[in-house]
Design a protein around this ligand. Structure first.
Ligand code: G3P
Ligand code: MG
Length: 230
């Protein structure tokens, strides 16, 4: 950790390499990130794959919805610079416990399979639950996590409308709140701190914003350029 600021590589190192690919995650590790953030969807066969959008066009040479495609189809796609769409397991195998992982649940049908995989990596591959944060904007999934999976660190994601968000995050015993830079304020940070919540802010790329977040005392930032924080 640099200067007490947790550096979280956003979609790996999105600013320097195709997002959510093994190469991007490798770049984040090389840049000294403390954690990487990845987005996940379930594909047609139920496997958990790492991708941000629910459709394939923006980040691959495929077309259509990821949830309707087989893993075999997805593995035939180019995710940029010859990279493939990785599975969650492939990402965890690459990281090999060197840094922590924030798994953001994007598509439907991801919560159960992700928790199953994390349980497997804890029981069989030497990971510990404190190396994972599972986050989502979907409040119903956050509540399910809180109710049924107390071992998992919960990251409560906020895009807009901060009113009532910190009490909600506290009620579900979240580990961290992941705040949109646009709504982050000293007041919101103070409120989160008083509720014993870690404050991680996304997506902080401009050096001026990085310095401001540091000055405001946030715990971590998601950044497309993990090397910029050194
Ligand atoms: O998890 C932080 C951030 O990634 C949330 O927004 O759209 O980049 O997944 P998005
Ligand atoms: Mg994300």
């Amino acid at each position: 950790m640099k200067h007490n600021l947790l550096v979280i590589g956003h979609r790996g190192a999105k600013g320097v390499y195709p997002e959510n690919t093994l190469g991007s995650i490798q770049k984040a590790i090389e840049a000294g990130a403390d954690m990487v953030e990845i987005d996940v969807h379930a594909c047609a066969g139920g496997e958990i794959v790492v991708m941000h959008d629910d459709r394939l066009e923006r980040t691959t040479d495929g077309t259509g919805y990821v949830s309707r495609k087989s893993l075999t189809y997805l593995k035939g796609l180019d995710a940029g610079q010859g990279e493939k769409v990785p599975t969650l397991r492939e990402v965890l195998d690459l990281i090999e416990r060197r840094i922590a992982v924030n798994i953001e649940l994007k598509g439907p049908g991801t919560l159960g399979p992700v928790l199953h995989i994390l349980g497997e990596y804890v029981s069989r591959h030497g990971w510990t639950y404190d190396q994972f944060v599972v986050s989502t904007f979907a409040r119903k999934h956050l509540k399910r996590l809180a109710k049924h999976h107390p071992k998992v660190r919960i990251g409560a994601l906020l895009a807009y409308r901060p009113w009532g968000f910190i009490p909600f995050a506290r009620a579900i015993r979240a580990y961290s709140v992941h705040l949109n830079l646009r709504v982050t304020s000293p007041r919101l940070i103070r409120e989160a701190r008083e509720a014993q919540l870690k404050v991680f802010v996304w997506t902080v790329n401009d050096p001026i914003d990085i310095d401001r977040m540091r000055a405001w005392g946030v715990d971590g930032i998601f950044t497309d350029f993990p090397a910029r924080t050194s």
